[in-house]
Design a binder for this molecule. Structure first.
Ligand SMILES: [Zn+2]
Ligand SMILES: [Zn+2]
Length: 328
């Protein structure tokens, strides 16, 4: 197999040839068809998010076909297409797992973080955390749904009910999918980009955003909620300043620069700030059931597996419209 390997943070990934891995008990092996590149991968590579083991193969938005099945797996068949998300394993016994919040598990293993991920031609995954995907959709279109889509979905759920005016800060892979889901639920989307990024603003409008502007601008209406996908802490008080009484600001990323101190008046009026951490298998089931009824437009930019460093550089520089996807 081929893999793009991170040996230590802040270094380029290196192409490595390895022996094909054998699935252990409860595991399947996938021939990777596509793996999208998430901002979390960038945080791992840039050393902003500590990984429990090195070297590591990043990548947690994996679409592949099962080409080998380990002992004890009877839920999947050879040749079946599945998705492998960020949540790679949970303990099933901690207080969070017991109450159905496996996204907060005390002893989780994340794909491309605590176990090797999908920036590779092949990957092992625990069958119990794989998601059944249909065979007919282009893998390139499916891959970004496995984190950008899923985390976006969970963030939107956390933003509250009856959203009429929704702000999205950072219009990347997640926002381009959430904007469509929110639009179908009757919300008007306000897209905030880097100031002056006319291209990203046009992209947001093409996906149905009612308003698009720089994060230093102000739409003419109050927002019911805002989701902050960009990893910039100063956007949190900026978003709070646009949200109505009782409204929420949801932070969708795993890492963010420090949030600057702000006047209590911004939080007053029962406004809330919360983060969204990881996903549950229930989120995945609900999201993919929704997608089966209402497919989304997925803008994927294709890269060869060997060009993973270029994909990460483009993501870092904000040059990607939609999602970067590696195809081995
Ligand atoms: Zn991700
Ligand atoms: Zn647990």
């Amino acid at each position: 197999m081929r893999a793009m390997v991170l040996r230590e943070p802040r270094r380029a990934l290196e192409l490595e040839r390895r022996r094909d891995p054998e699935p252990g008990r409860g595991e399947v092996r996938l021939r990777v068809e596509a793996c999208a590149v998430c901002r979390t991968d960038l945080h791992v590579v840039d050393g902003e998010l500590r990984v429990p083991r090195l070297p590591i193969v990043p990548g947690h938005e994996i679409v592949g076909v099962i080409d080998r099945i380990g002992p004890g797996v009877d839920t999947f068949a050879l040749g079946e297409r599945v998705g492998v998300p960020w949540l790679g394993h949970t303990c099933g016994a901690c207080p969070y797992c017991m109450r159905g919040a496996e996204n907060l598990c005390d002893r989780p293993v994340f794909t491309g973080h605590g176990r090797d991920g999908g920036f590779a031609s092949h990957v092992l995954a625990e069958a119990a955390y794989c998601i059944t995907l249909g065979g007919e959709v282009d893998p390139l279109q499916l891959a970004p749904l496995l984190c950008a889509g899923l985390i976006g979905w969970r963030s939107l759920t956390m933003a509250g009910e009856d959203l009429r005016e929704l702000g999205l800060f950072g219009f990347g892979a997640a926002a381009h999918l959430v904007a469509q889901v929110a639009g179908r639920r009757g919300a008007r989307v306000h897209a905030f980009t880097r100031p002056g990024d006319a291209r990203a603003q046009a992209f947001a409008r093409s996906l149905g955003a009612a308003w698009a502007g720089g994060a230093d601008e102000r739409p003419s209406v109050e927002l019911d909620a805002a989701i902050v996908f960009a990893p910039a802490g100063e956007l949190v008080p900026a978003a709070l300043g646009l949200v109505r009484k009782g409204g929420r600001v949801v932070c969708g990323g795993i890492h963010m620069s420090d949030i600057p101190s702000f006047a209590y008046a911004l939080l007053w009026g029962e406004r809330q700030v919360r983060s969204v951490a990881n996903l549950t298998r229930r989120d995945a089931a609900e999201f993919f059931a929704f997608l089966a009824e209402q497919p989304l437009r997925v803008d994927a930019v294709r890269y060869r597996l060997e060009d993973a460093n270029a994909a990460l550089a483009d993501l870092r520089a904000g040059r990607i419209e939609g999602a970067a996807v590696l195809v081995p």
